[in-house]
Design a protein around this ligand. Structure first.
Ligand code: NDP
Length: 488
């Protein structure tokens, strides 16, 4: 199989050639599967100039919502028509199990269709109750040229939590995908263009975050930066964008609590505990990586979770029955194993896993579970971003709320209980943008995702996510005779 060769996608087409490349080795096999252009500052300047011209000179922002919706729906059709190819790219470049990659690309189609529906609904407000001769219109307009920076764990899906919404609002975009997993971003830009998105509206520059990503965040031609990635890089992006006083939206790290009360449907909660930490190899910002179990059911419940974990299949992500694929690269694989060692060294009880999994030449980690994890331990506090679960027991609602909220993060949390009173009481006290009850890592394009505390700010998806790509302009009009103020 030959590696896919890519160049930047700027102003409606792929560049003819690239001076330097970033090679992507499939994390599951070590084989080179793609070569991306290693972008330089001049490449980013060209992309921002194309996006700026497409926004300032149109026609995209001035098209009717109906026209933009039609093009976005064609784009969704083309993604559907290229489904298998996009799935393959995600499996090869990320190392995620194929059944989850299929879910990602289906999700992309849904996100584009939902965003298309929002293009029809972009509306402001009119006030006619301000007094005689006074009318005010609050107009909703596209925010302008948007710089989008995305991570490697859900390359197509996270891009699509942003780009279709930006396009629906009439914005133009420059995307800097992760240097590991840029294939789907480039393919999606080409498909959108084929669907009728005009040249310059959807640009993708690949390469290193410290070079092209940094330049994008400092660029005076950008009106809004929408970033998804680690809290550490998010802080750098906020600092860089502050120089031009540019609005930002930050979807950052997480360390969710997955809280199981004794009155829960325990079969569902066992599956929820596994899904919470092993979905997408555990490389998931909304992972339920801290499992809290009510003491009265803890021994039996944890035994069931550990038994099932030991049976999970780790290995070739193209196998239909694989549960956990490869870690994104060797560095991350070593970091995950380092966290596992810290769990052992700091006194947690290793129930299952805890080592590299043997499968070909890739970087695989066994499904790993630690019991009796104390709040002072590193694995309790830090985002591991791998298949490693920490389990802590609790006796009261107050105790588990304090433990859950002790994290520096506040992206998502989960509650399992059949008692609606418990679900609502706990939900109201959890400090996170997202809470799910009796389900986990579920969602729909209509539902906004947002973080609090170290998990960031701003919304993605839903009406609120769409509005991030808009701004308001207030027009105050006076009609008829106006009472003079100075010229009396
Ligand atoms: P990083 O923060 O390392 O990278 C994210 C993106 O930022 C990449 O495209 C990266 O490029 C780029 N980047 C790196 N340095 C800079 C810079 N100085 N200026 C501008 N851009 C830069 O995150 P990962 O890709 O490792 O993703 C994992 C992290 O993302 C986890 O913390 C996870 O929780 C978080 N995440 C959050 C989500 C949410 O919705 N809240 C969803 C998914 C992930 P390059 O790849 O070239 O370095």
């Amino acid at each position: 199989m030959s590696a896919r060769q890519y160049t930047h996608f700027i102003d409606g087409r792929f560049d003819a050639s690239a001076d330097a490349h970033v090679e992507r080795k499939a994390p599951a096999t070590g084989e080179i599967v793609a070569r991306f252009a290693s972008g330089q500052i001049g490449d980013m300047d060209r992309a921002v100039a194309a996006a700026r011209a497409a926004f300032d000179k149109g026609p995209w922002p001035s098209m009717s919502g109906m026209e933009r919706a039609e093009i976005l729906n064609k784009y969704a059709d083309l993604v559907r028509a290229n489904f298998d190819r996009l799935v393959r790219i995600e499996v090869e470049e990320v190392g995620k199990p194929i059944r989850f990659a299929r879910g990602d690309i289906s999700g992309v189609v849904g996100l584009i269709r939902y965003a298309a529906s929002l293009a029809l609904q972009m509306a402001g407000t009119t006030y006619t109750n301000l007094g005689a001769g006074k009318t005010a219109m609050i107009m909703r307009e596209p925010v302008g040229v948007v710089g989008l920076i995305t991570p490697w764990n859900f390359p197509a899906l996270i891009l699509s939590q942003k780009v279709p919404f930006a396009l629906a609002a009439g914005c133009t975009v420059v995307v800097k995908p992760s240097e590991f997993t840029s294939g789907s971003a480039l393919e999606l830009a080409a498909l959108a263009t084929e669907a009728g998105v005009p040249a310059g509206v959807f640009n993708v520059v690949t390469g290193k975050g410290s070079v092209v990503g940094q330049h994008l965040t400092e660029h005076p031609g950008i009106d809004f930066i929408s970033f998804t990635g680690s809290t550490q890089v998010g802080q750098t992006v906020i600092e860089a964008s502050a120089r031009n006083v540019v609005k930002t939206s930050m979807e950052l790290g997480g360390k969710a609590a997955n809280i199981v009360f004794a009155d829960a449907d325990l079969d569902a909660a066992v599956d929820g505990a596994l899904m919470g930490v092993f979905f997408n190899n555990g490389e998931c910002c909304v992972s339920g990586s801290r499992l809290f179990v009510e003491t009265s059911i803890a021994d039996e419940f944890i035994k069931r979770v550990a038994q099932r974990s030991a049976q999970l299949k780790v290995g070739n992500p193209f196998d239909e029955d694989t549960d956990i694929g490869a870690m994104i690269d060797e560095k991350h694989f070593n970091k995950v194993l380092e966290f596992v060692r810290s769990g052992v060294d700091e006194g947690a009880t290793l129930l299952t896993g805890g080592a590299a999994a043997k499968s070909g030449s890739g970087h695989f980690v066994e499904a790993t579970i630690f019991d009796h994890v104390a709040p002072s331990m590193t694995i309790f506090k830090e985002e591991i971003f791998g298949p490693v679960l920490s389990v802590t027991r609790f006796d009261t609602v107050d105790e588990v709320i304090e433990l859950a909220n002790s994290s520096i993060y506040g992206l998502s949390n989960y509650v399992w209980s059949k008692n609606i009173d418990t679900v609502l009481t706990v939900t109201k006290r959890l400090k996170s943008g997202w809470v799910q009850a009796n389900t986990i890592i579920d969602g729909a394009p209509q539902l906004p995702l947002s973080g609090v505390k170290g998990s960031g700010f701003g919304y993605e998806m839903g009406q609120a996510g769409f509005e991030e790509f808009t701004q308001l302009k207030t027009l105050f009009i006076h009609t008829g005779p106006r009472q003079p103020v100075f010229a009396r």
